[in-house]
Ligand binder design. Sequence first.
Ligand code: GDP
Ligand code: MN
Length: 378
Amino acid sequence: MKLHEYQSKAIFANYGIPIPRGRVTENAAEARAIAEELGGRVVVKSQVLVGGRGKAGGIRLAKTAEEAETVAAQLLGMTIKGLAVRRVLVDEAANIETEIYLGITNDRAARKPVIMASAAGGVDIEEIARQSPEKIFKVHVDPLLGLREYQARDIAACIDIPREYWKSFIAITRGLWWAYCETDATLAEINPLVITANHQLIALDGKMVIDDNALFRRPAIASLRDVDEDTEAEVEARKHGLAYIQLEGQIGCMVNGAGLAMATMDMIKLQGGEPANFLDIGGGAGADKVAAAFRIILSDPKVRAVLINIFGGITRCDEVARGILMAMTDVKSTIPMVVRLAGTNAEEGRNLLRNAQMITAETLFEAAQKAVALVEGS
Ligand code: GDP
Ligand code: MN
């Protein structure tokens, strides 16, 4: 789950990281009022869950409160990379001398968190990571020992932070580390962390991504979710405990088990097709869950065919079939479907589906072949 900049910075502040004074609002008149409180010179920042807002024109400086209102009104009417701007953050403007990048993420290959830092922070950091990776300094943190102070000092030295800022930089790095740990984040990033003209280190931007699988034990963080930013299908899937990710292709997939779902997607691709989604209905899914999954798949207008691949272990194939039939009575779709059922009660399941215009297949290979043929023929 991604957090907005204003949410991430509020968390950072709880860990002692200095952030600019400011507030979030949904209307331009209030943006003006906030700017007045802050003394006029502000930066008005679109709160959308995508990177590169600055380059997309979503971050604007305003010299007066009046200008802040005008700029906020413009931003609130914008969409950035397909997302409507519903809120803006109005922050006291900073006079930037240096832009630093500081981030923590999981390095799966190393099986450890990694802290990354660069003196070349700011909007071009992705470009720098690609063109001159040596400008980004990395330190792995042992998850059992936690961040050691010498490591933070090492980072400060390696990215040439002037001595007078070391104490503050080390405190910020430690704060970011704890914010990362205690929210179960998979990313905690400050870009830019700036040195201002009046000699302060401040986190001007903030980005956090929280591990979805940890949200059950972080209710306060879970409540920060912005459902406006999710598609209806994603909201629906979450409600039913389905793992659903929408993709670009035309073949909708309903599978039980993440591994089988991935294998199914691979098989579709091998046959020259493209999956429309990843969908894992999980183990032991009953008819209700199957029906919900079915509705979600068919709500995607790109879907030209559906491939259902169920291995009945704990999940019973006849339950799955009943779920599909139940969903078909209220969805009434003309999209062709290929079903492959294997395992517990597969025969009963197939019998139930026989009269429902569904094409069956014995193997996954055959099922994928048929689904791709249906898309090509339509
Ligand atoms: P992003 O483009 O989505 O990463 O948004 P940021 O919050 O990082 O803003 C992009 C850029 O806008 C920053 O790298 C800064 O160069 C600039 N910026 C943001 N806030 C301020 C500010 O208070 N003062 C000045 N001068 N520039 C700012
Ligand atoms: Mn940024």
